[in-house]
Ligand binder design. Structure first.
Ligand SMILES: Nc1ncnc2c1ncn2[C@@H]1O[C@H](COP(=O)(O)OP(=O)(O)OP(=O)(O)O)[C@@H](O)[C@H]1O
Ligand SMILES: [Mg+2]
Length: 259
């Protein structure tokens, strides 16, 4: 179980201090699949980076099974069981896909075992297992390989940031099945997926909406899906005509310079 307690985060940019995450608290209990959604720029990836330890909060605490991990490094957190798939995966020149999966499991595994993880994400394993994780891989291939490494690691908490990004419709269907399969087997671990996709929201136990760095809504899939589906699009809202249940559209730019 991971708990975020009053997490705030900001950066100094050329316009001064910028608050990105504002007093966010939530719990991801064991055995649950939680989906975070919300408008672009709301702070979802930043939250994922805070959980992974890539960023450190200005205030607040992160607890993993009751242990305070706020001050721990990325490596320490990975060892404790936090697995992370980036929105934009990293390429590792000189490393083969097989090495990446083997490193993820943390033990010596057979090629057949490694292949099973690739097949799970819809890749024809024998075509990929010896490929180098470099720029020759397409974005969608790389994304799926990264998801395979998280599966291989089977962490205490798996965080997937927009796993759907760049993945074709056929592989996406496969991916939903992968998440549903994971969901059935997680008793003492949990899954946190950041997504804009209705089909991923549909498999969530609980959905959280992050907007402007705040947790603005939270509830079960049955509670939140009707609200989310009836929300007007950002474009409609920008025209000042949207007035549905919850407002997911970005705030209009207050400094008002014409674009
Ligand atoms: N290091 C940084 N310096 C300045 N601004 C930052 C930094 N990191 C994040 N931001 C800003 O914080 C906001 C939140 O970014 P974040 O990537 O968390 O959004 P997101 O909800 O994941 O969006 P998306 O749905 O587009 O992936 C954005 O406005 C982004 O530009
Ligand atoms: Mg993001």
């Amino acid at each position: 179980m991971i708990e975020l307690k009053n997490i705030s985060f900001g950066v100094d940019d050329d316009k001064g201090k910028k608050e990105i995450i504002r007093d966010v608290s939530f719990t991801v209990p064991d055995g649950k699949l939680i989906v975070i959604t919300g408008p672009n720029g709301g702070g979802k990836s930043t939250l994922a980076r805070l959980i992974a330890g890539i960023e450190k909060p200005i205030s607040g605490k992160i607890l993993l099974d009751g242990e305070d991990i706020t001050g721990m490094s990325i490596t320490e957190r990975a060892k404790k069981g936090i697995g992370f798939a980036f929105q934009q995966p990293v390429r590792f020149k000189g490393i083969e896909v097989f090495d990446l999966i083997r490193l993820a499991t943390g033990k010596s595994i057979s090629v057949a075992d490694a292949c099973s993880y690739l097949s799970a994400v819809g890749l024809c394993a024998r075509d990929y297992i010896k490929r180098e994780v470099n720029s020759s891989l397409s974005g969608g291939e790389l994304k799926r390989i990264e998801i395979a490494t998280v599966l291989a690691r089977s962490p205490r908490i798996s965080v997937f940031d927009e796993p759907e990004a760049g993945i074709d419709l056929w592989s996406f269907k496969n991916l939903i099945e992968v998440f549903e399969g994971m969901r059935k087997h997680i008793k003492e671990s949990s899954i946190l997926i950041i997504s804009h996709q209705e089909r991923i929201l549909n498999i969530a136990d609980e959905i959280m909406v992050i907007k402007d760095g705040r947790l603005i809504n939270k509830g079960t899939r049955d509670e939140l899906m009707p609200q989310l589906m009836s929300t007007d699009s950002a474009v409609r809202d920008c025209n000042g005509v949207g007035e549905k249940a919850i407002d997911l559209a970005p705030e209009p730019c207050s400094t008002g310079a014409p674009i």
